[in-house]
Design a protein around this ligand. Sequence first.
Ligand SMILES: [Mn+2]
Length: 265
Amino acid sequence: MSALPPSVFATSDAHGHLTELTAALHEAGLVDREARWSGGDARLWVLGDLLDRGPDGLGVIRLVRRLADEAAADGGQVRTVLGNHEVIALGMRRFGDAEVVHRGVARTFSSIWSRNGGLASDQAGLDDELVDWLSGLPAIARDGDHLLMHSDTTGYLQWGDTVDDINETVRSLLASDDPVAWFNVLVGLGRRHELGGADGPAAARMLLDTLGGARIVHGHSIIGDYFGEPFDSYDEPRLYADGLALDIDGGIYEGGPCLVAHLGG
Ligand SMILES: [Mn+2]
């Protein structure tokens, strides 16, 4: 019988920065010098946006998938949730230059992809097996008191009022051939900054009351951007919304830190 509960960690928005992510996981004691899982029975949540913007999105994906296998063999766990950039990459592959009228506006996935730091080298590695893996990622998860999601938005509730319902709905939308349905997912996951400001705590409370948990942990919104601070001026996640929300996106591609939040245990 183990006397201590396993430690729980979360990181987010690696955006192709494999070297920085590996170093941060090593610093947290989760991988050894050869980047092999050394976290024992710890649990690590990876909150999306693995690719685009940085040099090696495919390398980041390979790392988290390998660590998931190694952690599972060691009694631990590494799990990934869906970010908007995963949806952009999948939509780019599926619909590319096809013009789609979405809410009265003609749009293409390829223009969104190129405007948002899409890398041809990442895209070239999206084979059927990887597409299946990305398409099966949950949009949201709960681990004890923590509600884990990529984007700081109440938009998740448009897809359901339980964690399982939301994940089932998003998976089915991303399995459809309807690009408008895909754009709706992307718009939902692109929302941000809805847990801050005067109305933020009530929004966070509504998410937690509906989906469970005592604290939201999210990426997607870089701490420096959100709170108006230089990217090199912080080295910890930011607790806000009366303690109901934790932003763990340090802003790696802006020169900010790759944060690995120790959530408990
Ligand atoms: Mn994002």
